[in-house]
Write a protein that binds this ligand. Structure first.
Ligand code: ADE
Length: 226
């Protein structure tokens, strides 16, 4: 998989890709991540990427020309499955969406700033608009990092144990069950006895029940989804 991220703040984005699972996925060549500084696609001396709104109103708007130049240069090199715009008014990121995107070959992620981008960018280039939640960030970069993390860890081969992503919260619309490790007892707080029984079918059934109960209590909305 190849991910091209278009941003005005590449330095804000880089560190999540330089540690842990994302770093290993890049080193193992399971994913390539490229950062493109939008200011490299400007045509004036000030490297302007934004301007005031037509019709008046507070806040600057990202201009179409540098974005068009950057996206067109990328599209001239290869086909893209999705061109994603990170925005608070997009579709909310869910695990199912991350699963789908992890199967794509090439994606572009455009990070918005200020008030956002000229609507014509969205109309002409964007195939999908994604929000990471109902709150407004200063820009799309942190959202893009969240999206990439959620997607990259699902690429086959990225997680050491292939089954571990399958047992994550949300994979089957359920939250994950409680987990425990050593010591067996700490300050009198005990691990459920059943987990030492060696009865794997019973343990599995207990985990399923716990996942269901936790979901019912904390996120009943997930049980209503198909
Ligand atoms: N840019 C600003 N806020 C955002 C959000 N909630 N999700 C994605 N991109 C954003």
């Amino acid at each position: 998989m190849r991910i091209d991220i278009i941003t005005v703040l590449p330095e804000l984005l880089k560190s999540p890709f330089e540690a842990s699972i994302l770093k290993r996925a890049i080193e193992a060549k399971l994913v390539e991540v490229h950062f493109h500084n939008l200011r490299d696609y400007t045509s004036d001396n000030y490297k302007s990427i934004d301007d005031t709104q037509f019709g008046g109103g507070a806040g600057m708007v990202m201009m179409i020309e540098p974005i068009d130049k950057c996206i067109s240069a990328l599209k001239a090199e290869r086909d893209y499955d999705e061109i994603i715009y990170m925005t608070p008014d997009g579709e909310t990121l869910k695990q199912g969406m991350a699963n789908q995107l992890s199967l794509k070959e090439n994606i572009i992620i455009l990070c918005g700033h200020y008030k956002g981008v000229d609507q014509r960018v969205r109309d002409q280039f964007i195939t999908r608009e994604i929000s990471i939640g109902d709150y407004v960030l200063s820009g799309g970069e942190l959202g893009a990092a969240v999206l990439c993390d959620a997607v990259i860890r699902l690429i086959p081969g990225v997680l050491g144990n292939e089954t571990s992503a399958l047992t994550d919260s949300f994979q089957d619309n359920l939250l994950a069950p409680p987990i425990y490790t050593k010591p067996r007892e700490y300050k009198g707080w005990k691990v459920p006895e059943l987990l030492f029984s060696g009865n794997l079918p019973k343990i599995e059934k207990w985990r399923e029940e716990q996942a269901y109960l936790r979901t019912k209590e904390r996120r009943p909305d997930l049980l209503a989804e198909d």
